[in-house]
Design a protein around this ligand. Structure first.
Ligand code: SF4
Length: 466
């Protein structure tokens, strides 16, 4: 399972350089995408962009940041969902047109991008990338030719189906938009002399800023001259915040839609014990994503927390020579056992999710080779039975082990002594947001927007109702 993207927007009142703040904020969002990074700034007369493949420190050096002059700008880190991993698909996407320039940073995935693209191509528009962000850019430019900014964005939102948190530079104006269901996070903060908008509040913290609030689903905010104006362009009956932000993607120190991710994970760990109690000698996480859950499980159960696996945090993009058991080697490079902690013991092993089951099986086999007596697997996510169409690179339905096997079948496949998944009810209770305001599409097969061939909860306004 891969993170999607992170977006940032910064607007300063005076001539303070935005690029350095965007650079730091992108560092804070690096976990959301490691394939490419980019920054676009505007100084009132000129737009400047720098983007490239790799991590934030691979793409920018001190000289680059100094050359990116401008008091307003946007930034992006990417993991590809729509479109491949190549430079053409890096963001921000910059487009020049008759009336000026726009640059777009997008987190999310449109489910109707193919239709929109075909329609635009019929009109003679040429695409340079495969990303759905270019579809958004074309649609916006088309409307900006005839309408004021607010109307153009409202019209744009009428056409988009799916998830989108957008940071847009329209000449030297920063505009941010969140989809009507609030599927992807986006929050607003105040920093010295200006404002910052970011996918997660941790990015505001590292700029020494103050979180003001989340950008509301369906809201547009326009920043200029040190102030901002908010417009609620679309109001949906319900929201559909992605539960995987709480389970896996977001940093534990981020506050998303009013809920600290760390607290939600701690409660999930506690609920996991209440739903699947077990007698064991220690509770141990699969690092790093299982740590907070394991602490919660330990607290509620009274079973000692002890680490049994150590993660190599410096592995980066390692190549593995063919001819070996590549996946086995990959797991060994990434994780090693702390033998004295687990030898001869019965262990509760806590992880965030099981996607294909192959990684869990390899980890459990690694622990068994180190002499662990019993391994009781507890999983913070309910079984993932359906793919994600809304911006998470998960797996196809065929690859999802829980789509084809019941709990006992998965338990046997991963070679655990017992297996317990959190229930959807337990997850909802632990996060603290009503089910009607969450997306649980990959856990139930019922999605918040219409997706061909899938069931829909029909929470989003039909396009004709906007
Ligand atoms: S389908 Fe799953 S991963 Fe995708 S947005 Fe919904 S909850 Fe998140």
């Amino acid at each position: 399972m891969h993170e999607e993207c992170g977006v940032v927007g910064v607007s300063f009142k005076d001539e303070a350089p935005a690029a350095l703040s965007i650079y730091y904020a992108l560092y804070a969002l690096q976990h959301r995408g490691q394939e490419s990074a980019g920054i676009t700034v505007h100084d009132g007369t000129q737009v400047r962009t720098l983007k490239g493949m790799g991590l934030v420190p691979d793409v920018f050096n001190r000289g680059d940041i100094q050359k990116l002059k401008g008091h307003v700008g946007i930034g992006h880190v990417r993991y590809s969902t729509t479109g491949g991993s190549k430079i053409e698909n890096c963001q921000p996407l910059l487009v020049s047109f008759k009336s000026g320039t726009i640059a777009i940073a997008h987190n999310g995935n449109l489910v109707n991008s193919k239709e929109l693209r075909a329609e635009l191509e019929k009109e003679g528009r040429i695409f340079l990338s495969e990303s759905d962000t270019e579809v958004i850019a074309h649609l916006l430019v088309k409307r900006l030719m005839h309408s004021e900014l607010e109307d153009a964005v409202r019209e744009l939102m009428k056409r988009l189906v799916g998830s989108y948190s957008l940071a847009i530079l329209v000449d030297n104006k920063l505009v941010v938009v969140r989809d009507p269901l609030g599927i992807k996070p986006l929050c607003l903060g105040q920093i010295d002399n200006g404002y910052v908008v970011a996918s997660e509040s941790a990015a505001i913290d590292i700029l020494n800023g103050q979180l003001i609030r989340d950008v509301a689903p369906g809201e547009m905010i326009i920043f200029s001259n040190g102030s901002y104006e908010s417009k609620q362009l679309v109001r949906s009956r319900n929201y559909a915040h992605c539960v995987f932000e709480y389970i896996y993607f977001a940093r534990p120190d981020s506050v998303i839609d009013g809920h600290l991710v760390y607290d939600a994970r701690m409660r999930i760990g506690m609920t996991l014990f209440e739903e699947h109690p077990v007698n064991a000698e220690i509770v141990s996480p699969v690092p790093d994503s299982g740590i907070t859950y394991a602490i919660g499980f330990s607290k509620r159960s009274g079973i000692d927390y002890m680490e049994g696996l150590m993660k190599n945090r410096y592995i980066g993009r390692t190549f593995i020579m063919p001819g070996q058991d590549m996946r086995e080697t990959a797991v060994r490079l990434k994780l090693n056992t702390i033998k004295p902690n687990i030898q001869g013991k019965s262990i509760v092993l806590v992880d965030d999710s099981i996607v294909r089951g192959t990684t869990s099986r390899r980890i459990i086999n690694l622990m068994r080779k180190s002499g662990t007596r019993e391994i009781h697997m507890r999983v913070a996510s309910p079984p993932i039975i359906s793919p994600c169409y809304l911006g998470i690179d998960m797996a196809t339905r065929e690859e999802l082990v829980a789509a084809h096997k019941a709990v006992k079948g998965v338990e046997a496949l991963i070679n655990a002594d017992s297996l317990g998944y959190l229930s959807v009810d337990g997850l909802v209770k632990s996060i603290g947001i009503p089910l009607d305001d969450l997306c649980v599409g990959c856990l139930t097969g019922v999605y918040p927007v219409e997706i061909p061939g899938e069931q829909c909860a029909r929470r989003q306004l039909k396009l004709s109702e906007f």
